[in-house]
Ligand binder design. Sequence first.
Ligand code: CP
Length: 317
Amino acid sequence: MNNPQLNEHGELQHLLSTEGLPVRIMRDILDRASTFIGTTEHKEIKKVPLLQGKSVFNVFFENSTRTRTTFEIAAKKLSADVVNLNIGSSSTSKGETLLDTVDNLCAMHADMFVVRHSTSGAAHLIARHVAPEIHVINAGDGSHAHPTQALLDMYTIRHYKQNFHNLRVAIVGDILHSRVARSQIHALTTLGVPEVRVVAPKTLLPSHVEKLGVRVYHDMEQGLKDVDVVMMLRLQNERMQGALLPSAQEYFKYYGLTQERLALAKSDVIVMHPGPMNRGVEIDSSVADGTHSVILPQVTFGIAVRMAVMSTLAGTK
Ligand code: CP
């Protein structure tokens, strides 16, 4: 089947999803990100010229703190010109279609779009529409995919655990509405993690989720037993239709990550969260700020991973 992310030479043309992303490309991005870590850790290394003369347009139709900002930092470190479109004051609020907005930005000589949209498939639509020399990166579309978040998560796991081959990973929380969870599951299974667990109440799991190659747990204590990595998720209240949970307090009682529950995992477990984090809802502050937490390093690694994605795309002819 035609892969919309690859060109006819099998090179990365757009980054839309970790589903169907070849393992060689995932590994290349992680390896390339390692080469950029110096530029993100040492303030004296300001820039590399890999995107000099290119224009990157950040087009975010949904709020973002981490993704939008780290894409901007990453693009600037690659020497690109960065344009942040303020959607609140753009002409989409006057009824212009998404593709008309994109056409106008192309007329301003955009080379790369970084797109976040509440509708699943928005980035795919733009990727199909633009000229072949323009690249599109999905920065989160509806409840579908968030591939750069999953790739920075894979980078974080590899950084702390060295490889993927002996790991038990638990993804905990609102899997049903989470684009992050979907992208994490595809990335983890592609990179060879032998045991991926999802831990959630039945109301927050997609039907037939086990077909994605995961083990399903409804009991938090059982789901956390002997895991190497815990990946927490936020309750996506903005995407819930109707009451899927009795209350946030009740949710924390059964699925909140506390020190006591974390003690069931391996002694060197790492705790991850893509953010934004709701303390006291899915995670206790003592865990979020505790010694096993790698939540803030995830954010920093995101700069190098996004540099790797953008420079890979810029190298595709
Ligand atoms: N993880 C993530 O996508 O965070 P933002 O919504 O702040 O970009």
